[in-house]
Design a protein around this ligand. Structure first.
Ligand code: GLP
Length: 253
């Protein structure tokens, strides 16, 4: 696990975009796992800027998003499909037919999850997975649980997640209480993982995920066992690990 610490969120976005762009440009074809949430927004902005300046080409990228809210259609303003369109897809030369997100309005969610599982396999697995982290250690929408889920599934969102994400909706009642998410097993199978975290509010969860026990009670802790994971933090999110014993990190100024 490589832990990199940068000074602030804008440097983090810059570094993350350069990291992703290098992989995209090197590959003949890249399956990119994408995340939503506020953390990657600036990274997506930087990626769009790299595309505009001719330094990045998304034409050979296939994207697969981590999750979607149950009950929201692709047209719904709060859906993760709209989030991706607005923050990235509308600004770069990715072929929309190559962008994949769960259908939050599927009639049969078991079937939708099976479709997603087959899609990931059919695309040859995820080459690079971008992740944020929830306040309770969730990745995708894999909430703390008694076990690590292997495949796509419907999840009941925890109260903590509902409260953190409710501000994106007009009221807490409008926020879906369930989501569709890729399983931890599928995330873990990604060849390379890049996890981003910024701000002091993430410092406690980052400390438990990176230094605590590997447990499904903190889903992101599984990343400690992955062979190619980069954890990119700003100073605030890294506060709990700075100077901690037995942890190796690099500071980039
Ligand atoms: C959301 C998403 C996650 C994301 C997390 C953190 O609920 N499902 O993929 O990583 O919450 O969000 P933020 O970056 O806004 O803190």
């Amino acid at each position: 696990m490589e832990i990199l610490i940068v000074d602030n969120p804008s440097k983090l976005a810059n570094y993350a975009a350069t990291f992703i762009a290098a992989r995209v440009n090197q590959a003949e074809r890249l399956v990119l796992g994408l995340a939503t949430g506020s953390t990657p927004v600036n990274t997506y902005r930087e990626l769009s800027a790299l595309y505009r300046s001719g330094k990045l080409d998304f034409s050979k990228v296939v994207s697969i998003n981590l999750d979607e809210y149950v009950g929201l259609s692709a047209e719904d303003k709060q859906s993760y499909r709209q989030f991706m369109n607005e923050n990235l897809f509308n600004h770069v030369n990715i072929n929309l037919a190559n962008t994949h997100i769960f259908n939050g309005k599927a009639e049969d969610f078991a079937q939708e999850c099976a479709r997603y599982d087959s899609l990931i396999v059919e695309k040859g697995g995820i080459d690079l997975q971008l992740l944020g982290i929830g306040m309770n250690g969730h990745i995708g929408f894999n909430e703390p649980d008694d076990y690590f889920s292997m495949t796509s599934h419907v999840v009941d969102l925890s109260t903590e997640t509902i409260l953190s994400n409710a501000p994106y909706f007009e009221s807490v009642d409008q926020m879906p209480k369930q989501a569709l998410t890729m399983g931890i097993g599928q995330i873990f199978k990604a060849k390379t993982i890049l996890l981003l975290a910024t701000g002091e509010s993430k410092s406690a969860v980052i400390t438990s995920a990176l230094l605590g026990p590997v447990t499904p009670r903190c889903p992101a802790s599984i990343l400690q066992l992955h062979q190619d994971v980069t954890i990119l933090l700003d100073c605030e999110a890294a506060r709990g690990i700075l100077g901690a014993k037995g942890v190796y990190y690099k500071e980039i100024h």
